[in-house]
Design a protein. Structure first.
Lengths: 819, 172
């Protein structure tokens, strides 16, 4: 597929920024318009959907549209957007389902909820997900990847008063971000090795990249990130807990879009990693395992949303397995299944939300016979669930046929040797087994909650039909899955073919043959077996569930328990470390910091062979300077040795004055001015807190402590002196001073070179420094305010200031700045 | 106590402080203004005003000294940061890289030739940040004694923990 670089217009950037802008406006709009502000939130994905539809023809014609906004061209850091079939599919899903979900959420959330925060987080997520799928290089994708994790955290924890929500949010964040960190390492390696992070260029240079050592590790790290995000085994444990989120969120993030981000990445990696030998065993193996495990786990749950969550895990495993097989037919099946899953799973989640909203419960043990009160919801639920089960003539059937066909074909087309071959050979049977389980749990949504008689104690459930606000989005999705089954080629066919082509080339596009009507073939046979077996399993659901429970207990592999244990161990270790190092004494902290500095810098000097001093080229020392230096040193010694605080402070002031005089002697008036001003303020501050400090010396260490302190101090002094001498004598490059002297007046407009450096040449540094200063000031303010009412000033309370040895050398670090 | 924190009872100090504070304030402004061509600049100017506040705190008490600069300290710092950032973004607006300064010589009616530079705005930002931050530190420490205890964090009653197998209550 050829890439057409467009003129650097900012249109895609605008599209990605639109949801963020909408998110920012949400609090204001809600304050102004109340619940009506949600319509703005609905308008955003509507506009996005229309925009992407408008861009679709170019992409469907076979061209990948790239837009590049140069930022730091020399480092290859550009804002690069890439719209090809695969990302167009996702973009339409994100915006289309986003539109339906936002509409649904408007009617789902009560008026008392914090709707501004909800829609803000939702739009934030939408923008992040959009940025993720449109990103043209790995690093840009990673930024949005983490942003989706964060916004998902905000959304899962929306009802933050509930412990469940908080824990679910934390679990999802830890797992997906942990995977993301691993992914970052892999991205860094790829960027360093290949010299580029852009998907297009990576695909071109695939073969020699794969040959480099370390490629396997880097790709494995990327896979870890993808698996964590897409809830594959063993990272699947976060998805059921994420069901603490409001149902629209579950439908949007945790079935239709965010969890598919990992699959999106797998699809992006496919062109240049698909031929790497361990790809199929790793990805397909993990996918197949997840597919089976998810389906089995789903059968054990009683909460409708949990069943759907684990069903999603299973279906994601299915798609991952297809991407793992890396054949054109599998690529086509993956694209089709991904689309189909978004439709029926989103629809099912929304129906569960409607049931919950109307009946007040999601427990299948409590719900029954709802079809009388909620006929339309019943109809939609049945259609969506049958599609999930793969019953003709619905969309799920058509795509599942492709799935079976791809697994069968993989034995011939795909890799033949070793683990890959074994997996390819086993895939059809594993697929059929998983499909049986899928049918079994799908039937819960067809039969269990709608038929039968409600137990007597549930008579207080008063279900009513869902309102149109909830039904319309559900209906749209269900209509989609029905249409996908009945006449796919008319609307979804070109889109899916373009997506398949982006994954596996033109052969994949050709392999995408969706047909609604069964024709006798091996895939159809497998479908029939799956349907029959699933119905049989459902008929014996109770015993099946008990069997699974017994199996789970026997195997004793509980992901949630492992996670809980790991978190507890982490907290225990952190507490121990904190207790050991955070003693509350300033001297200990400084000692640690300086020790680390000594070790690191000393090591660097040693490695660089810089412990040998080259010929010194020092200017002669005038007697005045020598005297001043001696005076400063003497004053410094006096500071340490003084017995009374006043003497120590005065000596400190002397040191500062001596340094200021040095600046004057060296003809640096700005530095002298600054030093004097800081000395004055600092001394005043010190003098004024004197009445509240205990007399010197405070708690004193034993001889070991004192010896260690002396050693560290002397070491640091020698190190700094060494570095100063080195800095003076080493000429690795020309001094930049000449440039400043030349350009200061002509290009900076000022005669004070120091000032021009501060505000102009190095203005960026200054901006960073004043930011740090502001933050430091806020920190001091917060620390002082948080201390609460302090004891009366007359008693010198040693524990008050937290550092009994309040040596006069303690200053706010933000105020002494090297200029 | 908070209003008068640090105040030293001394007539000499009070008398001298009047002059000292005034001189320091004017000096600070002067040093800021000439900073581009002579020693000085925004940072030193901010420190000098802060020194004035410190002296004022000694003479008149922390509350009165804080009123020497009647704007809230954090707002000053935030304004300073915004100015500095705005200067950087402004150059973006003209198509130049971030934080490109411009300067020009203009003929003003009474003052003759005058040089204006965007760097002055940036320096003003630095000035305000230093002023705001140091003032907030000084005032916070000086008025520490009178600060009420913070309220315990309002988390609200936590609903009973729910099992995954049992569904949430109605309306969700």
């Amino acid at each position: 597929m050829t890439s057409t670089p467009m003129a650097p217009s900012a249109s895609t950037t605008m599209l990605v920024l639109l949801p963020f802008l909408g998110a920012l406006l949400m609090p204001l709009l809600h304050r102004a318009f109340g619940t009506g502000a949600a319509w703005v939130a609905v308008g955003v994905p509507a506009a996005l959907f229309a925009a992407f539809l408008a861009q679709a023809p170019a992409v469907l014609a076979g061209r990948a549209v790239e837009e590049r906004l140069a930022w730091v061209p020399r480092l290859g850091l550009d804002l690069l957007w890439r719209l090809d079939g695969w990302s167009l599919l996702f973009a339409l899903l994100v915006s289309g389902i986003g539109l339906l979900v936002t509409l649904y959420a408007h009617f789902y959330l009560g008026a008392r909820e914090d709707r501004a925060r909800f829609f803000l987080s939702l739009l934030l997520f939408m923008g992040a997900m959009l940025g993720l799928v449109l990103a043209g290089n790995l690093l840009l994708m990673y930024v949005f990847w983490e942003l989706t994790s964060v916004s998902s955290f905000l959304l899962i924890g929306f009802w933050h008063q509930s412990g469940n929500s908080r824990e679910g949010a934390l679990k999802s964040l830890l797992l997906t971000s942990g995977g993301g960190l691993a992914m970052l390492a892999g991205i860094a390696w790829i960027g360093a090795s290949a010299g580029t992070l852009e998907f297009g260029r990576l695909a071109e240079g695939a073969s020699d990249l794969a040959a480099r050592p370390g490629f396997g590790l880097a790709l494995s790290l990327l896979l870890v990130g993808a698996f964590a995000k897409s809830a594959q085994v063993p990272f699947h444990i976060w998805l059921p807990d994420a069901m603490a989120a409001p149902t629209p969120v579950s439908a949007y993030l945790h079935s239709a879009t965010m969890v598919k981000a990992g699959l999106f990445l797998l699809g992006r990696l496919l062109p240049f990693a698909g031929h790497w030998p361990p790809w199929t065993p790793a990805v397909a193996g993990c996918g197949l395992a997840t597919m089976l495990l998810g389906a089995a786990l789903a059968l054990r749950r009683f909460d409708l949303k949990s069943v759907l969550a684990l069903s999603t895990v299973s279906q994601l495993g299915l798609i991952a397995a297809l991407l793992g097989l890396a054949t054109p037919a599998a690529a086509a099946a993956a694209a089709a299944q991904l689309f189909s899953h978004a439709l029926f799973k989103g629809g099912l989640f929304l129906t569960v939300g409607a049931v919950d909203h109307a009946a007040g419960s999601r427990d299948i043990r409590r719900l029954a016979g709802l079809r009388r009160e909620m006929p339309l919801t019943f109809l939609f639920s049945v259609l969506a669930a049958l599609s999930m089960a793969g019953a003709p003539p619905l969309g799920g059937f058509a795509t599942k046929e492709l799935f079976f066909a791809a697994t069968l074909a993989a034995r011939g087309q795909g890799p033949a040797a070793g683990a890959a071959g074994w997996i390819a050979a086993a895939s059809p049977w594993l697929a059929t087994a998983a499909s049986m389980l899928t049918v079994a749990y799908s039937l819960i949504f067809v039969h269990r909650i709608w038929f039968g008689r409600r137990p007597a104690e549930e008579a207080d459930l008063r279900p009513h039909e869902a309102g149109p606000g909830l039904l319309i989005p559900i209906g749209a999705l269900v209509a989609g899955t029905v249409a996908l089954g009945l006449f796919p080629q008319a609307w979804a066919g070109p889109l899916l073919r373009a997506a398949a082509a982006a994954l596996g080339g033109p052969e994949a596009a050709e392999a995408l043959l969706l047909s609604p009507w069964p024709h006798v073939s091996l895939p159809f046979l497998l479908s029939v077996i799956a349907l029959a077996g699933g119905v049989a399993a459902y008929a014996r659901l109770g015993p099946l569930r008990e069997g699974l429970d017994r199996l789970a207990q026997a195997v004793r592999l509980d992901g949630d328990a492992t996670y809980a244990w790991a978190i507890a161990a982490l907290e225990r270790g952190a507490r121990r470390l904190t207790r050991r190092t955070m003693t509350g004494r300033l001297r200990d902290y400084l000692g640690l910091i300086w020790l680390a500095v000594l070790a690191l810098v000393g090591h660097a000097l040693w490695r660089g062979g810089l412990y040998r001093l080259p010929a010194l080229d020092l200017s002669p020392v005038a007697p005045a300077e020598g005297l001043l230096a001696l005076g400063a040193v003497g004053a410094a010694i006096l500071v340490v040795r003084a017995r009374r605080r006043l003497v120590a402070t005065a000596a400190l002031g002397l040191v500062g004055a001596a340094v200021s005089l040095f600046w004057v002697l060296l003809r640096s008036p700005d530095l002298a001015l600054t030093q004097i001003a800081i000395e004055a303020i600092g001394i005043v501050l010190l003098l004024l807190v004197f009445p509240h400090l205990p007399e010197l010396p405070g708690r004193s260490d034993g001889p070991i402590g004192r010896g260690l302190a002396a050693a560290i101090s002397i070491g640091v002094g020698l190190l700094i002196a060494w570095l100063a001498l080195l800095g003076n004598t080493t000429r690795l490059f020309d001094s930049v001073a000449g440039f400043f002297v030349e350009k200061s007046l002509t290009e900076g407009g000022g005669r004070n070179i120091v000032n021009v450096i501060l505000v102009d040449f190095r203005g960026f540094d200054t901006m960073g420094e004043i930011t740090v200063l502001t933050v430091g000031g806020l920190a001091v303010y917060a620390l002082v305010r948080l201390r609460g009412p302090a004891s009366p000033p007359a008693t010198a309370d040693a524990s008050e200031t937290g550092a009994p040895e309040q040596t006069p050398g303690h200053r706010e670090s933000g105020r002494r700045q090297e200029r | 106590m908070s209003e008068r924190g640090w105040q030293v009872e001394s007539l000499i100090l009070r008398t001298a402080a009047r002059a000292v504070v005034a001189v320091l304030a004017v000096l600070a402004l002067f040093i800021y203004w000439v900073g581009h061509n002579q020693p000085g600049g925004g940072f030193v100017a901010g420190l000098l005003v802060s020194a004035a506040i410190a002296v004022g705190a000694l003479a008149y008490g922390a509350g009165a000294a804080a009123r020497l600069v009647p704007w809230p300290a954090h707002a000053l710092a935030a304004l300073g940061l915004s100015l500095a950032l705005g200067t950087g973004l402004g150059s973006w607006g003209f198509g130049h890289p971030f934080l490109t300064h411009g300067f020009g010589h203009f003929e003003l009616p009474l003052l003759g030739e005058f040089e204006l530079a965007t760097a002055a705005i940036f320096d003003l930002g630095v000035f305000l940040v230093v002023l705001g931050t140091v003032k907030s530190i000084l005032v916070a420490i000086a008025t520490e004694r009178g600060v009420p205890a913070p309220r315990p964090s309002t988390a609200g009653p936590a609903p009973p923990a729910r099992d995954q197998a049992t569904p949430d209550g109605g309306g969700r």
